[in-house]
Design a protein around this ligand. Structure first.
Ligand code: NAD
Length: 359
């Protein structure tokens, strides 16, 4: 039996998680996976009910489950609160407590949505890449850090620090992902300037010997940023540190054009994975049955693949999403300017995906 913890959170979170749950449940039945679902509190919903954005009970259940599927947290109701009791703190803390050091963000263009990108269709068609970003080290966490006054001037500093073990473990995640895809891994770095990047090149090349089936290339981050908009189809898996990954994963995502379509996974040493859409809680849409549930449904597909080792079930969910889009189903956010089509609500879109899953 696989226990899955659902953390709907705030805003549109509960609506999109409900649809992903239905799809996961159905995929579980079809593919003989014994799934059970539990629900917990996080974010503003948890703050209101318990005074904490991440109650101990939620954390304990997350630790004992196979995987966590999260909606989104935050909203105007809690914006005036001090930073350490804001809903977002719940999300940061659960990532830290579960030791989630690897962030996986696919950027895939579904054929039916080629027109949603700001890039030309011939550049965009067929994009299917995965950014693997180190999430718990690098310049966002390095010491020393701070501000000071020196010679009458304000000064500030941060340190980019990685040790070889931190690099090797994220590299293994990326190599494994590449081995299950098209077998190409591009390591993105700035080794012409940074000693930290030189160590990354060394360690990633060493880890590559464990994965002879994967072809490794090293690419400077500046030229990678250019190639991503010029020739994005050339990439399969991109592996990079926290800072470059933060920027490149957003760049890659925007090539695809639709925030409501982007899933993500965070994996760690504990074995519990956290899966969530890239978008936020969209308070403007909350409670209106207008949100696009596909990013969360596709996060569910990642859960099937990475936490339950069920790539066929994951593939079936992705194909169901592709077919629904091909048939013309759209939530409002997916309409192109001037496009006239009937618009589906969140629940109806979930229903369409359910119908397309194999019988
Ligand atoms: P957002 O992603 O919530 O919304 C940005 C825009 O995209 C809005 O116009 C929204 O309507 C639209 N949108 C987002 N998801 C959509 C979906 N599934 N279907 C249709 N349209 C969708 O970002 P924001 O407005 O900057 O932030 C709103 C709240 O969400 C804030 O409180 C923020 O802190 C929080 N937030 C949470 C997360 C998270 O939980 N991981 C991430 C980002 C923002």
């Amino acid at each position: 039996m696989h226990r899955i913890l659902l953390l709907p959170g705030d805003g549109i979170g509960p609506e999109v998680v409900a649809e992903a749950r239905r799809v996961l449940g159905r995929a579980g039945e079809r593919f003989g996976l014994d799934l059970t679902f539990e629900e917990g509190l996080i974010g503003g919903a948890a703050l209101d009910a318990t005074g904490s954005p991440l109650p101990e009970e939620t954390l304990e259940r997350a630790r004992s489950c196979r995987a966590v599927l999260l909606g989104a947290v935050g909203g105007p109701k809690w914006d005036a609160l001090p930073v350490d009791v804001r809903p977002e703190k719940g999300l940061l803390r659960i990532r830290k407590e579960l030791g989630l050091f690897a962030n996986l963000r696919p950027a895939t263009v579904f054929p039916a949505l080629v027109g949603a990108s700001t890039l030309r269709p011939e550049v965009v068609r067929g994009i299917d890449l995965l950014v693997v970003r180190e999430l718990t080290g690098g310049i966002y966490f390095g010491e020393p850090r701070g501000r000071e006054q020196r010679d009458g001037r304000r000064r500030a500093f941060n340190a980019m620090v990685y040790d070889e073990e931190e690099i090797a473990r994220i590299a293994r995640v990326a190599f494994r992902a590449a081995a299950g895809r098209r077998g190409h891994l591009t390591h993105v770095h700035k080794a012409n300037v940074l000693e930290v990047s030189q160590l990354w090149v060394e360690v990633v090349s060493e880890v590559a010997r464990e994965f002879p089936e994967v072809e490794l290339a090293h690419q400077l981050v500046d030229s990678c940023a250019m190639l991503l908009v010029r020739e994005p189809r050339r990439f399969d898996v991109l592996l990079t540190g926290n800072l470059f990954g933060d920027i490149l994963s957003d760049e890659a995502a925007m090539i695809t054009g639709s925030l409501g379509m982007l899933p993500s996974a965070s994996l760690g040493e504990s074995g519990v994975g956290l899966f969530e859409p890239v978008h936020g809680s969209a308070p403007d849409l909350a409670g209106r049955d207008e949100a696009n549930p596909l990013a969360t449904i596709l996060s569910g597909a990642m859960l099937l693949e990475h936490s339950l080792g069920a790539p066929e079930a994951a593939g079936a969910v992705r194909q169901a999403v592709a077919r629904v889009l091909e048939a013309g189903a759209r939530t409002r956010d997916l309409l192109l300017p001037g496009e006239e089509r009937p618009v589906l609500g969140c629940r109806a879109m979930g229903e369409q995906v359910l119908r397309e899953l194999p019988a």
